[in-house]
Design a protein. Structure first.
Length: 146
């Protein structure tokens, strides 16, 4: 909860128990942070059996800000990614794949979305840029370091 008012709405409207109001461990934000593990147990025992939809309903009805953690599948299938035209096709050693555009957008600038390199494709060039001698790179390759 972001503030005392949200905490009060949480224990009355979401958790459903006014007894939390009198629990010294959770009276202030500082005490809630200090007793975070105990707070998690209290919250999970009250809402852990509820469906995600019911928890969201209660939080929204109480006017409490929240964020939902999606699985990777839910994230990738999120409708906003398609609506905001975030996907681009790029080449890869395995064929064409869908890749997300960088999150920062600038008007009139299309981000560069190059082909995904093969494993080790740029190793020699990167090591050379770092100042590693060709002879050292060759030795590392021979020894299986790279």
């Amino acid at each position: 909860m972001q503030n005392s008012l949200e905490w009060q709405r949480f224990y009355h409207d979401v958790h459903g128990s006014a007894t939390l109001a009198d629990d010294y461990r959770f009276r202030t934000n500082a005490s809630r942070v200090k007793n975070r593990n105990a707070l998690h147990v209290v919250i999970e025992s009250a809402i852990g059996s509820l469906s995600t939809a019911e928890i969201i309903y209660r939080l929204e009805a109480a006017g409490i800000a929240y964020a939902r953690m999606n699985s990777m599948q839910e994230y990738l299938a999120h409708p906003q990614l398609a609506e905001r035209d975030c996907w681009r096709e790029v080449g890869s050693p395995a064929g064409t794949i869908q890749a997300l555009m960088p999150p920062v957008r600038m008007d009139g600038v299309e981000p560069v979305m190059r082909e995904v390199p093969a494993l080790g494709q740029h190793t020699d060039r990167i090591l050379a840029e770092l100042g590693i001698a060709d002879r050292t790179i060759a030795t590392w390759r021979k020894e299986g370091v790279i």
